[in-house]
Design a protein around this ligand. Sequence first.
Ligand code: SF4
Ligand code: MG
Length: 329
Amino acid sequence: ARPVLEVRGARVEFPTRRGTLVATDGVSFDIGPGEILGMVGESGAGKSLTGMAVIGLLEPPGRLAAGEIHLDGERIDNLPPRRRQAIRGRRIGAIFQDPLTSLHPLFTVGRQLVETIRFHLDVSEKEGRERALALLKDVGIPAAEERINHYPHQFSGGMRQRVVIALALAANPSLVIADEPTTALDVSIQAQITALLKRLCREHGTAVLLVTHDMGVIAETADRVAVMYAGRIVEIGPVLDVIRRPRHPYSRGLMASIPGLRERAERLNQIEGSMPRLTTMPPGCAFHPRCPEAGPRCHVARPMLAAVPGEVTSAACWLHQGGVTRAAQ
Ligand code: SF4
Ligand code: MG
């Protein structure tokens, strides 16, 4: 099947008085219908910016300086703002960490759903209301006939996030961007919400870009995972492969942080040090100051993302591209 989303070489820049900060570079990935791609990394790695670039909501002066974004085979990054705006909500739904940022406090959830549905789809008030009710039932709101008349503050955090998922799916978009959708919720609720997201995306054939710092959420939810570090994808592959056999030393440390996998992890329980700032990016591989495997080549040459020989997974690491000691070309 043709991918729903294709991102090619996305480079997000922030012009500043002291020069241009490159926040992400060379970010490329696809997501197919009904597929969930998890994007994981530390805060500042560029995962939310990638999501924002796809939705077309980069905060100025941040901008997509290079690369292309295609939705359902159509290039969208170069569309005029009005056409870009028309895609949001209709063809790309969004779910953010705090459900209250997506909900208006003064309108009932039913009103907000009907407005959203009617803004994007050509249906009557009555049809809009029927679809709103069906959506609330679909996302597991009990007594939906009553709850449709309630205001956001009358719902618990978990139920509110279900309403936000209903809103994101209201116009039956091809793609949903979910940025830390469970981070603000109680641990006991998190698994319910990720399970719901997974079921809905499968049933509706929706592609999902799931952005999170939590590898546990990705392990439970995603089909494939892209690991980001310092603005680049350093590893991408099927989630089970990457968990069982992470190929990038940074991913190895991340996988060790998944609850229940800790015992199986080798010695790399923690990754010492912190991610470099955009202003002081080290030469060569950006991970080399923290990498236990780094060799001379890593200090001077930057590895590109490439398929690990004989595997589906790709990694940006010299270990899989001729070794870390070979002289720099
Ligand atoms: Fe470590 Fe070198 Fe691989 Fe970078 S390229 S992750 S420094 S081994
Ligand atoms: Mg973020």
